[in-house]
Design a protein around this ligand. Structure first.
Ligand SMILES: [Zn+2]
Length: 100
């Protein structure tokens, strides 16, 4: 098994959008793959990634109107969102066309 990813912590208001889904965020983060094995969940190995626990946490977070792209390391974005010429990556802001 490869090296686990570095983590960081922050304090947020419990009633903030992040605070309301913090348990799901912690679950999602614990189910990220190691740096050198992006196809394997580090917690429920040998389950391939994204694993069912990651998907369930991601659904809860998105139901709280939080985009999960901000919570997933950039090197894993292509596995979650394969490149498409029509769809910008989720971490890039969408520019409204024709806005005054
Ligand atoms: Zn997992």
């Amino acid at each position: 098994m490869g090296g686990l990813r570095d983590i960081t912590a922050m304090v947020v208001a419990a009633e903030s959008p992040i605070g309301r889904v913090i348990e799901a965020i912690e679950l999602l983060t614990s189910h990220l793959p190691p740096v050198d094995q992006p196809a394997v969940c580090s917690l429920c190995s040998p389950q391939s990634w994204p694993c069912p626990a990651f998907d369930a946490a991601a659904e809860q977070i998105q139901a709280g109107a939080m985009p999960i792209g901000y919570l997933v390391p950039l090197d894993l974005h292509p596995r979650l969102w394969p490149a498409s010429p029509d769809t910008p990556p989720p971490h890039e802001p969408v520019v409204e066309q024709g806005a005054p």
